[in-house]
Design a protein around this ligand. Structure first.
Ligand SMILES: [Zn+2]
Length: 269
């Protein structure tokens, strides 16, 4: 860790930029107009992840904008993961995915500038995931609940390398978020947990945690997941809410033990 990335000491009062909601219309820049047209297009043409957009020349001809504006438009979509750009022969712009962790990453810049702390992020994460779990248990289709939770109904997958474990953990929470059956809640609320996950990975990298050190937290995680999955399958929404809130509290304890300071300002990751 370099000095610039260290969290401020408790005696520092971090500076923040005021939160000022304003609902005024702002004229789009050319690049934003083009980016909006491209996003609209991808839906209209029913494109799937990995499908190619038009060639740069075709887009330049169509929109009649400068190469610079077109590239800015593509960059706007690329930073949000909605397209990927490959250079060289066979390159071009390709449809990406809708990944709530990208929303979390963008939001973390806002949280950072507003001086929001990890304590606030943890609080929001507990609220978000408990709410998603409650809604998942209330999903009307019991068969669908069972099918989605089935992979998590036993803890046989607790082994494996750290990356696999992190992916599997995120996979459970993503499955719960999808069962909440509201894409706005799925994307916005789930982005908080994914942001916490990004910080966890960052922390593991920064402190070179070994598998053995990380292993301890896996045991409770796997058994927590089994209990939550069962409550969701059973349609017990109050229990699902409570168990998820407890599970997130467990995770937060682990993160704090690993050195994330709840009074520190959220980093933009
Ligand atoms: Zn979990």
């Amino acid at each position: 860790l370099s000095a610039s990335t260290l969290p401020p000491s408790p005696t520092d009062v971090p500076h923040s930029i005021p939160i000022e909601p304003r609902l005024t219309a702002r004229a789009d820049k050319i690049a934003e107009t083009v980016a909006r047209a491209l996003a609209h297009d991808a839906l209209e043409r029913r494109l799937a992840p990995g499908d190619a957009l038009d060639s740069e020349q075709a887009m330049l001809d169509r929109f009649g904008v400068s190469r610079e504006s077109l590239r800015e438009a593509l960059r706007l979509l690329e930073v949000n993961g909605l397209i990927s750009i490959r250079r060289g022969p066979g390159g071009g712009a390709f449809v990406g995915t809708v990944d709530p962790s990208n929303l979390g990453r963008v939001a973390s810049l806002y949280y950072h500038m507003a001086g929001a702390t990890y304590g606030e992020l943890f609080d929001a994460y507990a609220f978000a995931d408990a709410t998603l779990a409650m809604r998942a248990a209330r999903h009307v289709d019991a068969d669908h609940r069972r099918v989605c939770m089935e992979p998590f109904l036993d803890d046989r997958h607790a082994d494996g390398d750290l990356d696999e474990y992190v992916q599997r953990h995120a996979g459970f929470h993503s499955a719960v978020a999808a069962l909440a059956d509201n894409r706005v809640l799925q994307i916005s609320l789930h982005s908080l947990g994914l942001l916490v996950g990004r910080h966890y990975i960052h922390q593991v990298d920064a402190h070179h945690l070994t598998l053995a050190e990380a292993q301890e937290s896996r045991d409770f995680v796997a058994s927590d997941h089994v209990a939550i999955a069962r409550a969701i399958v059973a349609g017990n929404h109050r229990q699902a809410f409570d168990l998820m809130a407890e599970h997130v509290a467990h995770i937060i304890d682990t993160l704090e033990a690993d050195g994330i300071d709840r009074n520190a300002v959220i980093e933009w990751v």
